[in-house]
Ligand binder design. Structure first.
Ligand code: MG
Length: 262
């Protein structure tokens, strides 16, 4: 059945609020992203090139009847972002070979029926150090904390506050210079969703809004540097970084995670 993708979104405080039909399209796009990440997770092994992971994602997204959302976005040349070790986000897949002990962050976006899903995972390559495993787990859990804080009636600052408190209490820092975002027909919509507080500030969250929460957590400091390719963001002190992201829908109670396989 054709969805009402031609009907305009409504707005609250400048933020799009999706109709039930639009939310269904968000669910379909999210499911494509979730399923693609599940395949990528299983594909990571020592010896694979990030370019090969990109090809796998491209094939998977198309097989599921969707299109890559990142390819061509502001000139980004690939389907996924693949960022390794001290690379935080926006790494360009290429001939880099993953080695035992590396951390690879894979960020996937897909468009289905005009709406976009966006999510990321961090995966250890083969056996990883206990320090790396802890960083991954704390980052994943900090996303969970952010999602728990993202309810109708809360403010955007409550999300970052929850993420930051969780990660910093465990000795890590959260990246400030890159943030999560509203999402829908466009990859980046209002509001910006920082991974730091204070709570109680920022846009009011309302049922029907869809946002991408994406904590980037570092073992060292939070400062970043942009590589010469003008895409890859690395930690300024070369410390390890992890990244998890989900696209979620705001409800009156607990948020619905959209970027999961269905
Ligand atoms: Mg994102």
């Amino acid at each position: 059945m054709k969805t009402a993708s031609n009907s305009p979104s409504s707005y609250s405080g400048g933020i799009t609020v999706k109709s039930p039909q639009e939310m269904d399209a968000m669910r379909r796009a999210g499911a494509v992203v979730g399923a693609t990440l599940a395949v990528l997770r299983e594909s990571v092994k020592p010896g694979i090139k990030t370019r090969e992971l990109d090809a796998i994602a491209n094939r998977e997204i198309k097989k599921l009847g969707a299109k890559p959302a990142f390819k061509g976005y502001r000139g980004f040349p690939a389907t996924i972002c693949a960022s390794v070790n001290d690379e935080i986000v926006h790494g360009i897949p290429g001939d880099r070979v993953l080695r035992e002990g590396d951390l690879v962050k894979m960020d996937v976006g897909a468009v289905d029926d005009g709406f976009i899903g966006d999510a990321a995972i961090t995966v250890g390559v083969g056996n990883i150090s206990p320090e790396s495993a802890d960083l991954i787990e704390v980052t994943r859990l900090s996303l969970e904390e952010g999602i728990k804080a993202a309810r109708g009636g809360a403010r955007v600052g409550d999300i970052g506050d929850a993420v930051q408190k969780f990660a910093e209490a465990r000795g890590y820092s959260v990246v400030r210079e890159y943030v999560g975002h509203g999402i829908g027909r466009f990859l980046h919509e209002d509001p910006q969703v920082p991974n730091y507080g204070p709570g109680g500030r920022g846009a009011l969250l309302r049922r029907g809004m869809t946002i991408a929460i994406e904590p980037m957590v570092n073992i060292g400091g939070w400062h970043t540097r942009l590589q010469d390719d003008q895409w890859t963001v690395v930690t300024a002190d070369k410390s390890l970084s992890a990244h998890f992201e989900h696209t979620i829908a705001i409800n009156d109670g607990e948020a619905e995670v959209l970027t999961v396989p269905r």
